[in-house]
Design a binder for this molecule. Structure first.
Ligand code: B12
Ligand code: SF4
Ligand code: SF4
Length: 310
C-alpha cells in the first residue's frame, strides 16, 4: 500500500489540481513573513488592517493534535461577460478566482475533509497567507509581481488550504523562491499601470495596486487614471504581460451576456432587488463575491472608456 500522503496527492492530481503538505510547526515562519514585515514598516497600515488583519497563526482550536498544513492549487480561468451597450457588444473580463471563489474553496475543503475522514483524520479551516504557504511548501514560485506560479498552470490558480492531523512525514518547507525567468525580465513592471511593482524592492507596494482600489467602495484616489480600469474587478496587466502565462493567458470561459436594457440598469446602479427577476438570477448565478454596487461602478468606468475612445 502506498503511503497515505502519496495517495492523497494522487487523488488531488486526479482532480487536475496540485498540492503540497508541510508541518504545522511552520505557522511561526508564516507569522514572521507577514507580521514581521508589518512591524518593520514594510506593509502600509490601512492595507494591513483591511486585508491582512484576518490571518491567524495559532494552532486551530477546533482540531486537537494538528500536524500538517495541506495547500492546493486549482487551475482557474478568466471569465468573460458580454454587456450590450449603444449597439456594441462589449466583452468584459473577470480575472481568475473572482467567480465562484467561496464555493470553489468550500468544494476543495469538503473533498479533502471527506477523503481524510475516510482514513481516520480531520481538518480545520485556516486563515493563512496562501501565497507564502504555497511557495514555501514547494508548490509554487513567486513572480516579480508577487503573484505565484505553479508549473503547467501559470498564475491562473486559486489557492486553498486546510490544517489536518494527518502526520507530515516528509516536510518540503523551503525559503521563498522566485521564478528563474524574472532574472532577465521586467515585463510586469513595465505593464503595471500604477507602479505597484518596482525594482527597488521585491515586496509589492500593494497599497498602489489597482485591484486594492477597485475592490473597494471608497472613492478612487486622484492619482488613479480611470482609463487604467479594464476588468469588471481587479486587474490583469501583470499576469497577461508575463511569458510564464503564455499557455494560459487566452483561457477564458464565457459566462453570461446582458442585453442593452440590463446593462443600462447596471450603469444606473439600480439596486438588485429592483432588477427584473431574470436579470437578478443571471447576475446572482455569476457567484461574484464582490459587492454589487462596486461592480456597477466599475462597469460604468469601462463603458465610459469605450465612449471616450470612440
Ligand atoms: C490581501 C490580498 C490581496 C491584496 C494585497 C496583495 C498583496 N500582494 O499583499 C490586493 C487586494 C491588492 C490583492 C490583489 C490581488 N490578488 Co489577492 N489576496 C490577498 C490575500 C488575502 C493575502 C495576500 C498576502 O498574504 N499578502 C501579504 C504579503 C506580504 O504577502 P505576499 O504578497 O505573498 O508577499 C511575499 C513576497 O513579497 C515575499 N518576499 C519578500 N521579499 C522577497 C524577495 C524574494 C526574492 C522572494 C522570492 C520573495 C520575497 O515575502 C512576502 C511574504 O511572504 C490572499 C488570500 C490569502 N488568504 O492568502 C489573496 C490572493 C493572494 N490574491 C490572489 C489574486 C488572484 C489576486 C489578484 C491577481 C487579483 C486580480 N487582480 O485579478 C491581485 C494581484 C495583485 C498582486 N500583484 O499581488 C490569489 C493569488 C493566486 C496566485 N496565483 O498567486 C490569492 C492567493 C487568493 C486565492 N485564494 O487564490 N490581493
Ligand atoms: S513578467 Fe517577467 S518579471 Fe514579471 S513575473 Fe513574469 S517573468 Fe517575472
Ligand atoms: S494587478 Fe495590476 S495594478 Fe496590481 S500589480 Fe498587477 S498590474 Fe499592477
Amino acid at each position: 500500500m502506498k503511503p497515505l500522503a502519496e495517495r492523497l496527492f494522487n487523488m488531488i492530481e486526479e482532480q487536475g489540481w496540485k498540492g503540497s503538505i508541510v508541518s504545522i510547526s511552520h505557522l511561526a515562519e508564516l507569522r514572521n513573513a507577514i507580521i514581521g514585515r508589518y512591524e518593520d514598516g514594510l506593509i502600509e497600515k490601512t492595507l494591513y488592517r483591511k486585508q491582512l488583519g484576518f490571518f491567524s497563526f495559532d494552532p486551530p482550536s477546533d482540531l486537537s493534535g494538528a500536524n500538517s498544513i495541506i495547500v492546493v492549487a486549482i487551475p482557474t480561468p478568466q471569465m468573460r461577460i458580454v454587456f450590450n451597450w449603444q449597439g456594441n457588444r462589449i466583452p468584459v473580463i473577470v480575472p481568475p478566482i473572482y467567480i465562484s471563489y467561496t464555493p470553489r474553496t468550500e468544494y476543495v475543503q469538503a473533498l479533502l475533509a471527506k477523503w481524510l475522514r475516510h482514513e481516520g483524520y480531520s481538518i480545520s479551516k485556516p486563515r493563512l497567507p496562501l501565497k507564502t504557504l504555497a511557495v514555501c511548501s514547494g508548490l509554487a514560485e513567486y513572480g516579480r509581481n508577487n503573484i505565484c506560479y505553479v508549473p503547467g498552470m501559470g498564475s491562473f490558480i486559486q489557492l486553498v488550504a486546510v490544517l489536518s492531523d494527518l502526520p507530515c512525514d516528509t516536510d518540503p518547507w523551503r525559503e521563498p523562491k522566485q521564478l528563474d525567468r524574472c532574472q532577465t525580465c521586467v515585463a510586469c513592471i513595465r505593464h503595471c499601470p500604477t507602479a505597484a511593482i518596482t525594482k527597488d524592492r521585491f515586496l509589492l507596494y500593494a497599497e498602489r495596486c489597482l485591484t486594492y482600489h477597485n475592490e473597494s467602495a471608497n472613492d478612487f484616489p486622484d492619482w488613479i487614471n480611470p482609463l487604467w480600469h479594464h476588468c469588471l474587478i481587479g486587474c490583469m496587466r501583470c499576469q497577461t504581460a508575463c511569458s510564464e502565462n503564455s499557455e494560459v493567458k487566452n483561457w477564458y470561459k464565457d459566462r453570461a451576456e446582458f442585453s442593452e436594457q440590463e446593462t443600462g440598469l447596471f450603469i444606473k446602479g439600480v439596486p438588485p432587488d429592483q432588477l427584473p427577476d431574470e436579470t437578478y438570477a443571471k447576475m446572482k448565478s455569476l457567484e461574484i463575491n464582490e459587492d454589487y454596487r462596486l461592480l456597477c461602478r466599475n462597469l460604468s468606468l469601462i463603458i465610459e472608456q469605450g465612449r471616450s475612445k470612440s
